[in-house]
Design a protein around this ligand. Structure first.
Ligand SMILES: *Cc1c(COP(=O)(O)O)cnc(C)c1O
Length: 414
């Protein structure tokens, strides 16, 4: 039996977990809540987890399962769980690992909602987040103690575009018996192999590149089976019975089920289809990003351009090591004033003013006045979100059209 090796081939030819009754060539949308059983005995076995069938779509669903299987094929993960959003993936992982009196190590450079989740939501449940500079291993070590349950990092931080050396961070984490959790939304699995860089649990907002052009909201928890859960206070007992499956057991049989943030079959269908073209779309968007970063650098009114793949960027070498030729499809650039940022945005004719990233369309926003509008200016400065910065997420349009739009918008500002 031929075993395909190519990234896209593996996605497209992922076998179904169970054949469809009508031999549909694409996994159909099973949009039902419950599944039928032939006998009470079968039902008992299913509920005990001893029969691999579906019972209720909040727990498992064939369309969602097929999407999870495709992600498993390309990541080499032990277990994959699809959820209703990227935030659901983040919150499920944290509720699984943490409890009152424990702490998490993270940078302040985080996606806005994740930051508030750490800084406020879980604090109210007695979970502390120790914010520190994850590029500084000494600082990380000094913050870890026996109550640390996870280190959480974004592979490219949004919108600061900082890149941490993940192998070093993972080494620090593992020396202290702590799992490394990474949000790799900005570096999808075709360019970044999280397992190879020592990530134990990966979370992804599949709303972004995987969805196939901003078609739906979704999230993923990817468990590589690399962490020894006997070292986790909360999972030590389960790990005696389930070994590397302890995390997944706790997730599937308790946290994910009880928090109820499952992916809908319709979203799974769209995202499964989106996944088939992920590699092509992302390579195009990331190439557009590289070219536009260079283009914006030459513009006199632009005072700074930030992109991890930029020549001379402090993160250029580490980005290349970790993400190869495609260090993300997002850049930021600055004007002298906030007014110039607004005027520039308003002049754009093709590039859309919208808050998503990794859509097929190129999107722009002013982070300080939108995602970070609930924070005062001092807090924003601590987060390195400045009034003079615009964020551009590259789509898959033809580069000349993007350049023309940027050019005409630049020419019109004072
Ligand atoms: C969008 C995003 C999230 C949240 O995902 P949703 O699907 O919107 O809930 C988390 N992390 C990063 C880096 C993101 O870009």
């Amino acid at each position: 039996m031929l075993k395909p090796k190519g990234f896209t081939t593996r996605i497209i030819h992922t076998p179904y977990a169970r054949e469809d009754a009508n031999h549909a060539l694409h996994q159909p949308i099973y949009s039902n809540a419950a599944f039928d059983f032939e006998s009470a005995e079968q039902m008992e076995l299913a509920f005990q987890g001893r029969l691999p069938v579906h019972a209720y779509s909040r727990i498992t669903n064939p369309t969602v399962e097929n999407f999870e299987l495709r992600i498993k094929q390309i990541t080499g993960a032990l277990n994959v769980t699809a959820l209703s959003s990227g935030m659901a993936a983040v919150s499920n992982v944290i509720f699984l690992l943490a409890s009152a009196g424990t702490n998490i190590i993270a940078s302040r450079h985080l996606f806005g909602n994740t930051y508030v989740f750490f800084e406020s939501t879980i604090k109210e449940f007695g979970i502390e987040t120790r914010f520190c500079d994850l590029t500084n291993q000494e600082e990380v070590k000094a913050n870890i103690d026996s109550n640390t349950v996870a280190i959480f990092v974004e592979t490219i931080t949004n919108p600061q575009l900082e890149v941490v050396d993940l192998k070093s961070l993972s080494q620090t984490a593992h020396e202290q018996n702590v799992p490394l959790i990474a949000d790799s939304t900005l570096t999808p699995p075709n360019v970044f192999n999280a397992k190879e860089f020592g990530v134990d649990i990966d979370v992804i907002s599949s709303t972004k590149c995987i969805s196939g052009g901003g078609t739906s909201i979704g999230g993923l928890i990817i468990d590589y089976g690399t962490f020894s859960w006997s070292k986790s206070k909360k999972l030590a007992t389960l790990s005696k019975k389930f070994g590397p499956y302890a995390f997944n057991y706790k997730l599937r049989r308790e946290i994910f089920r009880n928090l109820g943030a499952c992916m809908s079959p319709f979203a799974a269908y769209l995202q499964s289809l989106g996944l088939e073209t992920l590699q092509m779309r992302f390579e195009k968007a990331a190439t557009n990003c590289r070219e536009l970063a260079a283009f914006l650098e030459t513009m006199p009114k632009v005072t700074a351009v930030n992109y991890p793949g930029k020549q001379g960027s402090a993160f250029e070498a580490i980005s290349r090591q970790q993400f190869g030729d495609y260090p993300g499809a997002m850049l930021t650039f600055d004007f002298a004033t906030r007014e110039a940022c607004f005027a520039f945005m308003n002049n754009l004719e093709l590039i859309r003013r919208a808050t998503n990233v990794y859509d097929n369309k190129t999107l722009i926003l002013h982070p300080a006045s939108t995602i970070y509008c609930d924070f005062d200016r001092e807090t924003r400065e601590v987060l390195h979100v400045f009034d003079t910065t615009l964020r551009l997420s590259l789509g898959i349009e033809d580069i000349e059209d993007l350049k023309s739009d940027l050019m005409q918008a630049l020419n019109k500002i004072e």
